[in-house]
Design a protein around this ligand. Structure first.
Ligand code: C2E
Ligand code: CA
Ligand code: CA
Ligand code: CA
Length: 278
């Protein structure tokens, strides 16, 4: 039994140290990436489904290293979240997105830029004050910014998250509940969230217009969203069939490869200059 215990300990220890080592290395890499300014934002248009008018741009983080190409967020955001580096990275993201938004609203006054906020950021003390400061530095009106918070982050420590969200709402920034349908929010809790948009997760939109049409389900989410006073936004619209079904179901806003993939800053600006329609 002793021997077994020892072996088990060794296996455990090996696993731990490797994870710790990986984390430490990634943390160092991310710190260096901040110093070297290797983070970029790509922007994906959010459109009015009826006519393709661009109403917003969602900022999506990319890590661009010389000679190593582009690393997508799924490969480093979760660990950055665990180590806490996401707080610093997120601050940088907000600054970049807000200064872009301020410029772009001179080209296209009604456009808003959306920024993804992680659970960890939402829990930093005085997050709302920081957002206020960044808006001020960028000379961006609060209504030019939408913060996207996942359903699970909004549910995390329910009372506290709602409190931070209320503070942000008071500033006048828009709030979106991201990846809706993947969490376990209770209706009574959702009702109290001061949110403007509800983003219907791609996994629901995927099943639209196909053989096993998920229209009843998506229709239900749209109805729920409106009932709660949130404007529904469909994620991951890829086909004309999905678009058609969404319009039938009364969803007015969406984004996805059917309209445009996330694009570098320059291309997003060009799109706005050339009439902001897809
Ligand atoms: P998300 O917020 O749900 O963003 C939507 C993701 O779906 C993006 O992936 C986008 O490129 C992708 N997408 C857009 N249209 C389509 C489509 O039609 N079909 C498919 N299959 N995919 C589509 P991306 O850019 O790789 O981002 C992944 C996730 O990383 C985001 O999911 C978000 O949770 C996180 N993320 C991105 N940027 C940031 C950031 O600045 N801060 C934080 N905390 N998280 C971020
Ligand atoms: Ca998002
Ligand atoms: Ca999403
Ligand atoms: Ca997602």
């Amino acid at each position: 039994a002793k021997r077994e215990g020892k072996n088990r300990y060794r296996v455990f220890d090996f696993g731990m140290s490797r994870t710790a080592h990986d984390r430490l290395r990634l943390e160092n890499d991310l710190r260096r990436a901040l110093e070297r300014d290797e983070f970029r934002l790509h922007y994906q248009p959010v459109v009015r489904l009826g006519d393709g008018k661009v109403v917003g741009l969602e900022a999506l983080l990319r890590w661009e290293r010389p000679g190593r190409g582009i690393t997508p967020p799924d490969r480093f955001v979760p660990l950055a979240e665990e180590t806490g580096m996401i707080v610093e990275i997120g601050r940088r993201v907000l600054r970049m997105a807000c200064s872009r938004a301020a410029e772009w609203r001179r080209i296209c006054p009604s456009v808003a830029v959306s920024v993804n906020v992680s659970a960890r950021q939402l829990r930093t003390p005085d997050f709302a004050d920081e957002v206020e400061r960044i808006l001020h530095q960028a000379r961006l009106e609060p209504c030019g910014l939408v913060l996207e918070v996942t359903e699970s982050a909004a549910m995390d420590e329910p009372g506290e998250a709602a409190e931070v969200l209320r503070g942000l709402r008071e500033l006048g920034v828009g709030l979106a509940l991201d990846d809706f349908g993947t969490g376990y929010s209770s209706l009574s809790y959702l009702k109290r969230l001061p949110v403007s948009f509800l983003k219907i997760d791609r996994s629901f939109v995927e099943g639209l217009g196909g053989e096993a049409d998920s229209g009843v389900l998506v229709g239900g989410v749209i109805a729920l969203s409106r009932e709660l006073g949130f404007e529904p936004v469909a994620e991951g619209v890829e086909t004309p069939g999905q678009l058609e079904r969404l319009l039938e179901l009364g969803c007015e806003l969406g984004q996805g490869y059917y309209f445009a993939s996330p694009m570098p800053e320059r291309a997003a600006e060009e799109l706005l200059r050339s009439g902001a329609r897809l």
